[in-house]
Design a protein around this ligand. Structure first.
Ligand code: HEC
Length: 381
């Protein structure tokens, strides 16, 4: 037990590099915004004509003495990159076209859909992007819909409650309480506390599982090509009960996450890493390779509610001689639930399709709350 199977490791690495190479080859030449490059000068004209009275010449908001309205809590300061870069252009566009209430924001923000052309709105959005002067923030477009298993590259401010229930065999479920907090332009802290419940020969046992504490850093991101690459290092202290699947030894989990968005709103997310226990005699080392392939669909020229069907391909392999690779497939769907789109939910079914003995299908679902966009009870209507 616990001895490295070097041939398998090598094959794995070659497979991974080949996939990454194939993927980057597909990217060469892609530019997300091909339709029409926005005219920033014209955007300024539009801004100075219709927006400056409320939003001010620098995007911080006009002096309070010159505006009569009471500022809502969510009042935007467009020079604050930490607040503006997570918002996709489509989110701004929805508010400009349909007014504040379309995203459960203040009705003081008028709708300009009838006053401005589509091009004028694209131009004013491009001009307003210039209010944030720091180019190091990854852009919110690259924050792809969260897959149930595959971890994404984008640093988040989220709270997620995610449950996986055995669909056959002995009843059992695991619920993860996941807190993600971004730091600065490129980093994110993640804390995941699982709660495990199992029926073991009619004795019902529940316990906290192995916690995860992780630190993620964005290595590269580009809105132009639609790509983002991050590295994460995690530590899992053995807080769980080994009878309920706990590792029984501290595990280190490094991984790389690479996400790619295409012009068609199709995207793919890769996550590759290893679980490296301090004592591999207690629980074996293993490698994992996760892929999520999906498409975001949204009515009203992508300004409405988002539906993201996707399928995950999940592989794990113990690093011991003669171990087989376990493959699972997981079709799933994520939808934006609240009007502001800061509450989202997903459901999926994870089915083993190789080495299926003793592995049960699971139904998984989660609810997530993007805390940067408002409180849990705000933004519904
Ligand atoms: C009458 C005042 C007023 C005018 C004119 C106005 N806005 Fe606004 N705008 C607001 C207010 C108030 C909010 C904040 C709504 C909230 O947060 O509840 C807002 C919010 C926004 C947001 C949403 C930012 C976010 O937090 O997601 C965008 C984008 C925006 N305005 C763009 C524009 C553009 C572009 C124009 C000109 C074409 C414009 N606004 C004209 C008052 C105005």
């Amino acid at each position: 037990m616990g001895r490295h199977n070097t041939a398998a490791t090598r094959a794995w690495i070659i497979f991974t590099l080949a996939l990454l190479a194939a993927n980057s080859a597909a990217l060469i030449g892609q530019t997300l915004k091909v339709t029409r490059p926005p005219d920033i000068k014209n955007g300024k004209v539009v801004y100075n004509g219709g927006c400056i009275a409320c939003h001010g010449s620098e995007g911080k908001g006009a002096p309070e003495t010159s505006t009569v309205f009471k500022r809502p809590d969510t009042w935007p300061d467009f020079t604050k990159c930490d607040q503006t870069t997570p918002e996709a252009d489509s989110a701004w566009k929805a508010v400009i076209v349909h007014g504040g209430p379309s995203r459960a924001l203040s009705p003081i923000m008028p709708s300009f859909g009838d006053l401005l052309s589509n091009d004028q709105i694209d131009d004013v959005v491009a001009y307003m992007r210039g209010f944030c002067r720091n180019r190091h923030w990854p852009r919110g477009e690259l924050n792809l819909p969260r897959a149930i298993v595959t971890e994404k590259a984008f640093p988040e401010n989220e709270l997620v409650i995610s449950t996986a229930v055995n669909a056959s065999g002995a009843p059992g479920l695991t619920t993860d309480f996941i807190h993600e907090q971004s730091f600065g332009t490129k980093s994110q802290l993640e804390v995941d506390v699982p709660w495990v419940y199992q029926d073991q020969n009619h004795s019902y046992n529940s316990n906290i599982g192995d916690m995860t504490i992780g630190w993620k850093t964005v290595m590269f991101s580009s809105l132009r090509t639609g790509s983002i690459l991050s590295l994460q290092g995690s530590i899992l202290p053995p807080t769980g009960n080994t009878k309920l699947g706990g590792n029984g030894t501290t595990v280190f989990e490094p991984f790389a996450a690479f996400d790619q968005l295409f012009r068609t709103n199709t995207w793919v997310q890769f996550q590759m890493g290893a679980d490296l226990p301090v004592n591999p005699d207690i629980t074996p080392q293993h490698l994992f390779w996760h892929t999520a392939l999906g498409q975001t669909l949204s009515p009203d020229h992508r300004l409405g509610r988002q539906f993201s069907p996707m399928v995950e391909f999940l592989a794990t392999r113990d690093l011991i001689d003669g171990a087989k690779t376990d493959w699972d497939v997981m079709p799933e769907m994520q939808v934006t639930v609240s009007r502001r789109q800061h509450i989202r939910a997903a459901i999926g079914v994870r089915t083993p399709f190789t080495d299926t003995a003793g592995r049960t299908p699971q139904v998984s679902f989660y609810v997530l709350w993007d805390r940067a966009d408002g409180k849990l009870w705000e933004g519904w209507k």
